[in-house]
Ligand binder design. Structure first.
Ligand SMILES: Cc1ncc(COP(=O)(O)O)c(C=O)c1O
Length: 391
């Protein structure tokens, strides 16, 4: 089996992630912050170690500014709904993932004004100058996606940060695809809110995520309840991170996320980035040599994440995905990838594309096998062939 769907979730995880989660549940599976016994203290320690690692990866000055969430969607909802009030204005791009688009739509129905900027090029880049021009007196937030899960295009977030800083506007970055894939420095890039997910590039399990909240920003809470602190009060306690983390956390997941972060840091981000770039280069060169295949996304390979969308003439993306799965045991994602507007920019709406997304454990041999499979598919007649006949 060849897994090439790492933009959806990374798989496999580093061996240490499986082992850490197993050991954690057997030996430290108590409720952190709720009791004073040694098992609860051990669970709390694991959580706080993971928080420190995540803060270090993002260059957050204070690990208390890192809030654990369930995923990137959860983080984005907290950032947007904790910040925005009716009458506020938000600038965003028209090509975001539904995790950003849908909460903004909901807020818009409640009286928040939203400006959706189209990309300034067919490759999907959003222009800092366009953002600056769209600023109004009541602009509270610039909300952007660091890199597209559809085309892989990497946006110039540090330049967005300069605009935000110049105008004293909050910058929110959806880093679902980039945390663990690209270096991120929230301080240098003037990012106030950064939403990450634990189960993609950070190599942790599903059900984990995080939100960085700079000291410049105060967010309202979206949920209130037990935090293990100030138990005598019926009011939600203030103070980060616990005020945002009501309810028993996903401790085993956070333990696994810590192991993922440790793997990432010991192998180094630069090494993983280079490995993935080698695979993507081979893939793009190979795809260019197969007649009938159209690849989408930025031409400049340094401005593209390890996500490669393409279509094969005469085939729907779903047909290609099904043949890859059934005849070659290769797992890719097809369709709109929860981001229909990005496909409208690429000209691939409504059917979408086939998307190959490589991870840190993929090999050149796997890419070569994929290319051989795609060459066979591109050379075959879709309607007349059952999946098994292609192989
Ligand atoms: C750009 C982007 N934003 C947000 C999300 C949502 O992440 P999660 O499913 O972890 O909430 C994804 C997931 O694919 C994504 O690619």
């Amino acid at each position: 089996m060849i897994y090439l769907d790492n933009a959806a979730t990374s798989w496999p995880k580093p061996e240490a992630v499986y082992q850490t989660m197993d050991t954690f549940l057997r030996e430290k599976g108590a409720n952190p912050g709720r009791s004073g016994h040694d098992m609860a203290v051990a669970a709390e320690k694991v959580m706080e170690e993971t928080r420190v690692l995540l803060a270090r990866l993002l260059n957050a000055a204070d690990e208390k500014d890192i809030i654990f969430t369930l995923n990137c969607t959860d983080s984005l909802n907290l950032a947007l709904k904790g910040l925005l009030k009716p009458g506020d204005h938000v600038i965003t791009s028209s090509i975001s993932h539904n995790s950003l688009t849908r909460p903004l739509r909901k807020l818009e129905h409640g009286g928040v004004k939203v400006t959706r900027l189209p990309p300034c090029s067919e490759e999907g880049f959003v222009s800092p100058a366009d953002i600056e021009q769209a600023i109004e007196p009541n602009t509270r937030l610039i909300a952007v996606t660091h890199a597209s899960n559809v085309s892989g295009v990497i946006q110039p977030v540090a330049e967005f940060g300069e605009v935000a800083k110049r105008h004293d506007i909050v910058l929110l970055v959806d880093a679902a695809q980039t945390a663990g894939a690209l270096p991120i420095d929230v301080q240098a890039a003037n990012i106030d809110l950064l939403a990450v997910t634990g189960h993609k590039g950070l190599l942790g399990p599903t059900g984990t995520g995080g939100l960085y909240i700079s000291k410049r920003v105060e967010l309202g809470t979206l949920k209130e309840g037990g935090t293990g602190t100030v138990s005598e009060s019926e009011e939600q306690p203030s103070g980060r991170p616990h005020m945002y983390e009501s309810g028993t956390p996903n401790t085993v997941g956070i333990a696994g996320l810590g192991a993922g972060l440790r793997y990432l840091m010991s192998r180094t981000l630069a090494d993983i980035q280079m490995h993935k770039q080698t695979l993507v280069d081979r893939l793009l060169d190979g795809l260019a040599a197969i007649a009938g295949i159209t690849v989408y996304g930025p031409r400049d390979r340094t401005r593209r994440l390890s996500v490669v969308p393409f279509n094969i003439e005469g085939w729907s993306p779903d047909e290609v995905g099904a043949v890859l799965d059934q005849a070659f045991d290769i797992k890719v994602r097809t369709g709109l990838h929860c981001a229909p507007a990005a496909h409208k920019v690429l000209g691939t709406y409504p059917h979408g594309t086939v998307r190959v997304s490589v991870g840190c454990f993929n090999t050149l041999a796997e890419i070569d096998f994929l290319l051989e499979a795609l060459a066979k598919i591109a050379g075959a007649e879709p309607a007349t062939l059952a999946a098994g006949e292609i192989r």
